[in-house]
Design a protein. Structure first.
Lengths: 224, 459
């Protein structure tokens, strides 16, 4: 099988959410010695970009996003050992720790944001719903997150978004993390009130905001 | 109806799997196959379809889906399953009505059919957060003063004595009973002490505080209505189940609160219509509910007035009103807020879609996606009633023409909609009357809508 064909199959596997095809094509890529980073860049990521475009235009929805991300990850399981053996590194936009705050069981919006972020090159650690503020911070520390993304769908759980920021302050960790907030009752006004770094009205907004804030942070660090 | 202990037993013994497996290996693929098998297709050019066969077909698809998929219990990771013949038996036995209210305000909330001229049950108000107790009292009294209102939703409180209400905290309980007291007092001030409150308990996120605040000494009556939520999509937990058990045992009205999300696991409009219908089955099967509050929304804009959601609303409302004896309050979440013309365009579109499709009840469409504190006024509630009465005079075909015209006015602005004014910006907080400027805007937009041949009553 030729390189071009394998790269196309990797793209197709992601677009169609076909995990078997993804694994098979990843293995074929290694067999004919395609650089694994090229297999990601020119194969898998192109599929993710296509799915991302379909999602933005309303042609596909959360299930297609999840299946695309699952296929991407299935291929990565095959490619990762080769990447490590080559002492290469997969480019990541950043690491996002995402959670729905304490007392809140809503998760579809969080799941959409998590998957869209993954599609856009972020490594996402999703610790789920009803998460205590201290557990969120502990997970961020453990996973070396750059961004903490907090979801709240009820007015009575929004205060826990504020609590996470306050506890980060108390622990002198506030400057370490970019904190983004979102969810139905959340607004820019609320984000400003609690000194969050940003508010994403939609998943696409959240991605753009995350990239922007991270770039600004990197530039600030470079200047220092 | 199924015994609720039987539902408990199924939650303990049904097939076990992870939540992700339920979502991606059961829910999503079965929804796709049912939608394809039954040929459910979104028609963007007809947001209010007039096809009884299609409506009945959608109902059959929902029954098939429900019998294949069931309801997922998050606490046990098991599926509560229902056989097809059980579903059909429950539909035969369901009364299709609920008694609400006391004394002069007592009424039977029952069914309607598509194109029926009978008025829907008018459920007015909203649980949108009020910034203060005074504001809450004003709002609720204003809602209750609308003569045609049959039931009411009361405001939630997000703080008590300056202490933020956090979910599961004692403050949530104190705020809940305070909110109830305000609601009962406000309806008395409006001269309607028997009016049923049917969004209980808006301040309580947790089952524990909802049950605690429902104790009779805090004033609530079995003829009020309690909302018991579902978790998207088609999921339940022990907290809600315990609340349902309490309400069934105390003889209260059990309201099932459901909100399928277009763009989430439901996929597009066709899948959302199937799930929207299936949720009404779920209300009867898994909750023994005797009414339902139902609001399909779009994941991206959080509202119900894009043409895709309007289609899903109309299609599933028709499927349900023709085949499922469950009194459902159809609620729209709007992009725009009070004191804007766009609010009334969106509200008119949603009410036309729902009422002509047989909605047993409509609620005041919620402004600005219900996220703006004090972001609702009695004017929107009044419009909801007037528009609902006008819609009863129309059939689905006419409603479709009007909805298409209304969509032209607001559809392109949904993502940038104005959030409008707060109550205190367009109402006199002392007298509880709207300001002149809002009355003028209201009359202007009503004239505009009347010019489109929406048959408002003339006084």
């Amino acid at each position: 099988m030729e390189k071009k064909e394998i790269l196309e199959k990797l793209t197709t596997a992601v677009i169609e959410g076909d995990k078997n095809l993804a694994r098979e094509s990843a293995q074929n890529a290694l067999t004919i010695e395609i650089d694994p980073l090229e297999a990601i860049d020119q194969g898998l990521s192109k599929g993710m970009e296509a799915v991302g475009r379909q999602f933005e235009s309303g042609e596909s929805y959360l299930p297609e996003l999840i299946m695309a991300a699952d296929s991407f990850n299935a291929a990565m399981e095959i490619l990762k050992p080769a990447i490590e053996a080559n002492k290469q590194q997969v480019h990541k936009e950043g690491i996002v720790l995402i959670a729905t705050v304490k007392g809140d069981l809503h998760e579809i919006g969080k799941n959409i944001v998590a998957t869209v972020m993954e599609i856009n090159g972020f490594e996402v650690v999703d610790i789920g719903i009803d998460q205590h503020s201290l557990d969120i911070i502990e997970a961020a520390e453990k996973n070396k997150a750059d961004i903490i993304a907090l979801s709240s769908l009820m007015t009575t759980t929004m205060p826990y978004q504020k609590e996470v920021i306050e506890v980060l302050d108390d622990m002198k960790l506030r400057d370490k993390y970019i904190v983004l907030v979102g969810g139905g009752p959340v607004s820019q006004k609320w984000a400003d009130e609690i000194n969050a770094n940003g508010y994403g009205e939609t998943a696409i907004d959240a991605v753009a905001l995350a990239k922007n804030l991270l770039n600004n942070r990197k530039q600030t660090v470079a200047m220092d | 109806m199924l015994n609720f202990l039987d539902i408990n037993e199924r939650a303990l013994n049904g097939p076990i799997m992870s939540e992700k497996e339920f979502d991606m290996k059961v829910f999503v693929p079965r929804l796709k196959s049912v939608t394809d098998d039954y040929g459910i297709r979104y028609d963007k050019d007809n947001p209010v379809p007039s096809d009884d066969k299609a409506a009945d077909n959608l109902f059959e698809a929902a029954v098939d889906f429900m019998s294949q998929v069931g309801v997922f219990c998050k606490d046990t990771n098991r599926i509560i399953q229902f056989k097809r013949d059980e579903i059909l038996q429950v539909l035969k036995e369901a009364p299709g009505r609920c008694l609400a209210g006391e004394g002069k305000e007592a009424g039977i909330f029952g069914m309607r059919r598509p194109d029926e001229q009978k008025h829907p049950w008018f459920h007015v108000g909203s649980g949108i957060v009020a910034s203060s107790e005074e504001m809450a009292t004003n709002l609720i009294e204003g809602y209750a003063s609308i003569a045609e209102s049959n039931s009411i939703s009361i405001s939630a409180l997000d703080s008590i004595r300056g202490i933020l209400v956090m979910a599961g905290s004692p403050a949530e309980f104190y705020a809940a009973i305070r909110g109830i007291k305000i609601g009962l007092e406000a309806i008395k001030r409006a001269g309607r002490p028997g009016l049923p409150i049917m969004n209980l308990i808006s301040t309580s996120a947790s089952a524990l505080t909802a049950i605690a605040a429902s104790a009779p000494q805090f004033g609530l009556r079995p003829t009020d209505g309690w909302l018991c939520g579902t978790i998207a999509e088609m999921k339940i937990d022990f907290g809600v189940m315990t609340k349902v058990a309490y309400l069934l045992s105390s003889g209260a009205n059990v309201g099932v609160e459901t909100a399928p999300i277009l763009g989430g696991y439901c996929g597009g409009p066709a899948g959302t219509a199937v799930i929207s219908t299936a949720y009404i089955l779920m209300g009867l099967l898994a909750y023994n509910g005797n009414y339902q509050l139902h609001f399909p929304v779009h994941f991206r804009n959080g509202c119900s007035t894009g043409r895709d959601v309007l289609w899903a609303v109309s299609a599933s409302c028709q499927a349900a009103s023709r085949n499922i004896p469950m009194p459902v309050i159809w609620l729209g979440y709007l992009a725009s807020g009070p004191n804007t013309k766009m609010y009334f365009y969106e509200a008119a579109a949603h009410i036309l879609s729902a009422v002509t499709s047989g909605a047993p009840s409509i609620q005041t469409p919620h402004p600005a996606r219900a996220v703006k504190k004090d972001g609702i006024t009695p004017m929107e509630a009044k419009f909801g009633v007037e528009m609902g009465k006008a819609a009863c005079r129309l059939n689905r075909q006419k409603a479709n023409e009007l909805v298409l015209q209304l969509l032209e006015k607001y559809e392109s602005q949904i993502m940038t909609a104005p959030t409008g004014s707060r109550y205190q910006e367009c109402y006199d907080v002392t007298t509880g009357k709207p300001k002149e400027s809002y009355v003028r805007l209201y009359n202007e937009v009503k004239e505009e809508l009347a010019g489109m041949e929406i048959p408002f009553e003339r006084y």
